[in-house]
Design a protein around this ligand. Sequence first.
Ligand SMILES: NC(=O)c1ccc[n+]([C@@H]2O[C@H](COP(=O)([O-])OP(=O)(O)OC[C@H]3O[C@@H](n4cnc5c(N)ncnc54)[C@H](O)[C@@H]3O)[C@@H](O)[C@H]2O)c1
Length: 380
Amino acid sequence: MAKKKLNVGMVGYGFMGRAHSNAFSQVSHFFDLPYQPVLKAACARNADNLRKFADQWGYESTEQDWRKLVERKDIDLIDIAASNDMHLEIANAAAAAGKMVMCEKPLGRNAAESRKMVEAVEKAKVPNMVWYNYRRVPAVTLAKQIIDEGRLGKIFHYRAKFLQDWTISADLPQGGQGLWRLDVNVAGSGVTGDLLAHCIDTAMWLNGGIDKVIGMTETFIKERQHNLTGKKEPVGIDDASLFLARFDNGSLANFEATRYARGHKALYTLEINGEKASIFWDLHDLHRLQYFDHRDEGRTRGWRSIHITDGDHPYMSKWWVPGLQIGYEHSFTHQVADFLEALDKGQSAAPTFRDALATDLVTDAVLKSAATGRWESAKG
Ligand SMILES: NC(=O)c1ccc[n+]([C@@H]2O[C@H](COP(=O)([O-])OP(=O)(O)OC[C@H]3O[C@@H](n4cnc5c(N)ncnc54)[C@H](O)[C@@H]3O)[C@@H](O)[C@H]2O)c1
């Protein structure tokens, strides 16, 4: 049967513009889906770079103004892979134009922005999804299945960290292409919204809602040259962010993110300790899930390192033969596959804008707590 075409308009051609384009291109080769994504138009401001990107990825056309893209009758879905300051305006316009909307994380620069975006997509009743892609790393999806089956029993602890080291140099400027993450006006926050948001999304997916938090942040380099003004400007982002949390299910958690952990490039790890079993996952070894089950026979009991490559494992039957692993980019392909399957049923795939708002309520609470020094509600 002929597949239904789904015309994609992509905003942004950076890191995520490439990751998403790859996912849209690959998904129909590996997944049997009712829809076939079509790379209809790419949008960014620099004409030369945009042309090169569009040619390299096979986009049929280009637009330099996202407003024109949103108005186009031949676009079904707007995918926002631009910096955080653009998410609200583009998502609202896209929803008002009746387009489906996918948006990169964090949804807004703060929960107030995210709330407006939720209202916009829910009012327009358009399918929507936020790219918290780590949910679709097969080892993490397996962790979710194991937890939902009750194998961990009562959960006591959740522990997550996301460590990088790329902003340690005081000579690194802030702002502009590639460095907008250091400019608070564009990013909204530092590692709290950038890195912890990932940890929080995965945590609430695996372990339920977060009730309250107490946090601590630091900005180690107080001033940096700004690429757009040419002047030294105060740094408004948090360079490091740590918080303790209590989940709704009573479990205790600690979270840490920093860009000042020398030697670590993207060390995202999570560990969950339950009454009966524990799990541990590490992004640097993303195709493995570490699992310890106390019910195993005593003499051989120990941590199992499950190589997530078997047809029994989530998503893996769609790829190669057992023993051959997949990587980071596949998590985006899985997310598109799930989105297209949900679309056929008239639904949105999780995480929706509303799910992502819950994460922004937690990151707002962490930043608030870091300022007040008190426990803060993570429910908004
Ligand atoms: N899911 C993930 O794991 C993940 C990883 C990295 C980034 N992100 C998120 O993805 C988004 C983009 O990050 P990135 O790393 O790709 O950044 P990037 O700097 O590589 O790319 C940003 C893109 O935004 C475009 N852009 C900015 N303003 C625009 C405008 N007015 N019109 C059209 N295009 C515009 C730029 O041209 C550029 O192509 C951010 O929200 C970021 O937080 C998510």
